[in-house]
Write a protein that binds this ligand. Structure first.
Ligand code: HEC
Length: 161
């Protein structure tokens, strides 16, 4: 079989898009009340892990805790990994079901924007890793601040108060 050059290029491009994290998740409707409840629990669980890793970093940025490079490195790697999972866990649309959630309906209407905000968290988590690798203590507070700003940016638009 002979493939046209155009078809091969198109295949390569769609392959590249499929493997890009920005395009990893597609919105899927929860299939039952049970599914919606579980999906909501997983979604909240991921944010609990995010919080547990962000807590000490916030304390360091405020000066309540001394800068600890080992904790910063570990937690920044974990936040990057959690960001990698976030799109999948946010993609289950639970709007049709009566679940107790802080998620706004707009998540599933503007999902590509949500994914951008997930990417901002991932980039900020990588930024903190880079700051630690450079050993430049004057960059630590700003790098943690960028992570915090990425949380706020998503919460402002997609989380109920
Ligand atoms: C891409 C969007 C997005 C980003 C980025 C994000 N959050 Fe959230 N967060 C949400 C949404 C949506 C909810 C509500 C989830 C629900 O109740 O179903 C939430 C809920 C939470 C909760 C409550 C979880 C619970 O048990 O109800 C905490 C804590 C939290 N986020 C912390 C953070 C922190 C800290 C960061 C940054 C390091 C962060 N989030 C980044 C969207 C985001």
């Amino acid at each position: 079989m002979i493939f046209s050059r155009k078809a091969i290029v198109a295949t390569m491009i769609s392959g590249a898009l499929a493997s890009s994290p920005l395009f990893a998740a597609e919105v899927v409707e929860a299939s039952s009340a049970k599914h919606a409840k579980a999906a909501t629990q997983y979604r909240q669980a991921i944010f609990q892990l995010v919080r547990s890793n962000m807590g000490p970093l916030g304390g360091m940025a405020k000066g309540a805790l001394p800068f600890d490079e080992s904790v910063m490195e570990t937690n920044a790697v974990r936040l990057e990994q959690l960001a990698e999972m976030m799109g999948d866990y946010l993609s289950v649309d639970t709007r049709k079901f009566d679940v107790e959630t802080g998620a706004k309906d707009e998540i599933w209407i503007n999902f590509s924007d949500v994914e951008k905000k997930v990417m901002a968290l991932k980039t900020a988590a990588q930024g903190l890793q880079a700051a630690v690798a450079s050993g430049d203590e004057s960059a630590y507070r700003g790098a943690i601040g960028k992570i915090g700003a990425s949380c706020k940016s998503c919460h402002d638009d997609y989380k109920k108060d």
